[in-house]
Design a protein around this ligand. Structure first.
Ligand code: 5GP
Ligand code: ZN
Length: 114
């Protein structure tokens, strides 16, 4: 997808600190981390928002979530606790319109979220 920053990261046109990659999923460190661990997990397929998922993308969120869980284990935050966030559309704060999961951890988190 032209002009999508995450597609450019997936294609290697923009550099990022890639932490995981397979045929469906890519994960990289957030450029503006909000916690000691802040990893962005994206599907290779350009899907604008979580609301665009349907039967044809069945299993994709599982791949994203399982990748996040593995990275949480590797970073040593799995048992301490971590947060998975998907922002959908403007009022939720989505700024990049390529579906992504935020993996956040390494510090205590508050609730409700801002
Ligand atoms: P959103 O606000 O859409 O849920 O999250 C987008 C995230 O992508 C933000 O946390 C932002 O810091 C991150 N981000 C935006 N542009 C880039 C980039 O070029 N490289 C990396 N690594 N992260 C980015
Ligand atoms: Zn994209």
């Amino acid at each position: 997808m032209a002009d999508c920053i995450f597609c450019k990261i997936i294609d290697g046109e923009i550099s990022a600190s890639i932490v995981y990659s397979d045929d469906r999923v890519v994960a990289f460190n957030d450029v503006n981390p909000q916690a000691p661990v802040h990893v962005i997990i994206v599907p290779r397929q350009h899907i604008p928002t979580v609301a665009d998922l349907g039967p044809e993308t069945s299993g994709l969120m599982d791949s994203l979530t399982q990748t996040a869980n593995r990275i949480a284990q590797e970073r040593g935050i799995a048992s301490r606790g971590y947060r998975l966030v998907v922002n959908c559309n403007a009022e939720a704060g989505q700024s990049v319109y390529h579906l992504h999961l935020h993996l956040l951890g390494g510090r205590p988190m508050t609730w409700p979220p801002g």
